[in-house]
Design a protein around this ligand. Sequence first.
Ligand code: SF4
Ligand code: SF4
Ligand code: SF4
Length: 314
Amino acid sequence: MSENRIDKDIKFKVTKKAVIAGLGWFGMFLGIATWRAIATGYMGYYIIFGYIGFGVGVGSFLSESLTKKYKQWGRRVSQILVGLFMLGLLGLLGRENMQIEGFYFYLIAGVFHGATLHYFIAKIVGPMFFGRAWCSWACWTMMVLDLFPWKKPTEGRRQGWGVWRYIHFGVATAVIFWLVYKTGYSPAEHQASELTWLVVGNIVYYSLAIILAALLKDNRAFCKYVCPIPVFQKVLSRFSPMKQEIDMGKCTECGLCERVCLMDIKLLSYLHEGKRVLSTECILCDSCLHICPTDAIKTTNGIDVGFKEYINMR
Ligand code: SF4
Ligand code: SF4
Ligand code: SF4
């Protein structure tokens, strides 16, 4: 197909695979919109999910079309298009609290819209089909944090610190249930409070994420130690058919993929066991895939279950 040279470094090649990837994601989100529109009669889902599908679709198309060095731009474009829309339009302007507290409030109220729908698709059931792609292609917290300079973790993870994400999850859950069932707090009666929860929650998240990134020299430190969302995602993402796979015949064991992995995964340990990258820490960012000098890594579809975590620790 066509190839256009933009400048001496950046090459842009439109391939059939790139078009299928872009349209595939767009079509998938239109399918979700149709499901919700039929179930509720609300046609606005076509705008919401159509836009999200457009954002991810454009990102996937770019990722497939650009030369290796610039492929990560695709993911970044998707992250910005979807992240800004979710936080800015649906959250701040639409006054929907998409934080974990908002999810619980909607859940308790029996509402399957806004935060509950978002959690269902991106964070609870969706990961069974597309792993933790939310974390690299759409999350609005990392949309900002990925701009910071500490893109490649240098020393591995701190032993034992991962427990804080479970503590955070437990405390957030307990506080919400205590508020609702013990104090009679009802966010439905305080519409304005949705916005307060969202704004305060995000200020706390961004602040913590920036402080941790600077202290540990790792943009993704917040994801690894504090964010409660992986507690949901990791349950079903282990069954996802979409995982990274290393071709043993092409791999020279140069170790580059492990050095760039945003999540400190020891990819070669999976290769040595003859398995795909089964770690539930994988966020499908494709950094490993794009850096591999022999093109040994591909995102493939298959049937296997992640249960063993090979993580590089300090
Ligand atoms: S772990 Fe949390 S902060 Fe990190 S990308 Fe995923 S949802 Fe966003
Ligand atoms: S970067 Fe590629 S060749 Fe190098 S170890 Fe990873 S998979 Fe193998
Ligand atoms: S294994 Fe590859 S795709 Fe998964 S988090 Fe690491 S670099 Fe990203």
